[in-house]
Design a protein around this ligand. Structure first.
Ligand SMILES: [Zn+2]
Ligand SMILES: [Zn+2]
Length: 350
């Protein structure tokens, strides 16, 4: 089979020809149809994430050694399975949950693979979807996305799940409070669309880039604002019912400070973005205001099924997706790095 591999950090992907894997044990073999090209693959191809403040997070320290096959938004047809996989939907198309763990610890067995201490994520520690075939460790990671456009479904596995899982941490939604979304980029627009699909309307979207506020309104935010404005905190605190929840898709010191300060009593601040930074947290008001400060990273397989169900319901407004041939993944990563891609790109693998 053919795969597109990182053979050297920071260099274009190289076409490789290798043996098609044979599924063992509980493994399932997928013939790929599509794989989303995610912005985080730009950093993974470079070999590191820049966390801001001069700090870097190196993929080599996370057990990645080239050559590696990236691609963590895979979608394809089940072709075969190992002898212990049980009933497997051979011949049917499935979306693959990529955030797999060791598969044997208590977290993995309770379905919280994304909280496994020894992650084996597809497209990161395990071979991913930029190729003809993909080995999935167990059929429980296959999600039936029938009814969702197969060229759109892949993005639900990463950006869709990430935003959904963060929003999920605000549940049960307050009856009168507002939800603040920090950041109106691709994830921000998806977060607004998801809240709307769940029936929420009291949504404020914040971004320091004024050109992003119009699209945030179009996506369904009732209010938009520039968090750098001197009166932004006063405006948020003046919202009738107050701010019950914040999803911070930026994750910078300024957005965290503003988000935590804006919360009403009992409010929740959930950080997702990896911009980087540090904030001092004053403990007495944290206790007195009974606020929650929580992190969120990707999501679990049950949450992915819920995201897919939301898309199947037709209530989730899709974001623009462009399909390109697999041979253009490397060029797409260059464009993502340069910031010239609008919406998301999904590679057609077959
Ligand atoms: Zn991703
Ligand atoms: Zn585990």
């Amino acid at each position: 089979m053919q795969t597109y591999d990182v053979t050297e950090w920071g260099k274009p992907l190289q076409l490789a020809v290798k043996e098609t894997p044979v599924p063992q044990g509980t493994e399932v073999l997928i013939k790929l149809k599509y794989c989303g090209v995610c912005h985080s693959d730009v950093h993974i191809r470079d070999g590191y994430f820049d966390l801001g403040g001069g700090k870097r997070f190196y993929m080599s320290e996370r057990g990645m050694k080239p050559p590696v096959t990236l691609g963590h938004e895979p979608y394809g047809t089940v072709v075969s399975a190992g002898p212990d996989a049980g009933d497997v939907p051979v011949g049917q198309d499935r979306l693959v949950f990529p955030w797999t763990g060791c598969g044997t610890c208590a977290r993995c067995l309770e379905g919280k693979d994304n909280w496994c201490a020894a992650p084996r994520f597809i497209g990161i520690q395990r071979a991913g979807g930029y190729g003809e075939y993909l080995l999935v460790p167990h059929p429980r990671y296959l999600v039936d996305a029938t009814g969702v456009d197969p060229a759109y479904a892949p993005i639900l596995a990463c950006s869709g799940l990430t935003t959904y899982s963060a929003i999920n941490k605000l549940k049960p939604f307050s009856k009168d409070g507002w939800t603040v979304i920090m950041g109106a980029g691709g994830l921000g627009l998806m977060a607004v669309a998801m809240l709307r699909a769940m029936g929420e309307t009291r949504i404020v979207c914040c971004d320091i880039d004024a050109s992003k506020l119009g699209p945030a309104k179009e996506a369904g935010a009732a209010e938009v604002m520039n968090p750098a404005d001197a009166d932004s905190l006063a405006k948020l605190q003046a919202l009738p019912g107050g701010v019950a929840g914040v999803v911070d898709l930026v994750g910078a010191a300024q957005t965290a400070q503003l988000g935590l300060a804006a919360l009403r009593k009992g409010g929740r601040y959930v950080v997702v973005g990896l911009f980087g930074g540090e904030i001092p947290v004053s403990l007495v008001p944290m206790a007195q205001r009974a606020i929650t400060l929580q992190g969120s990273y990707v999501g679990d397989v049950q949450e992915l099924r819920e995201v897919v169900a939301l898309a199947q319901s037709g209530k989730l407004k899709p974001i623009p997706v462009e399909t390109r041939p697999a041979s253009e993944i490397s060029r797409t990563l260059d464009e993502l790095k340069a910031g010239t891609v609008i919406g998301r790109v999904v590679a057609a693998m077959a």
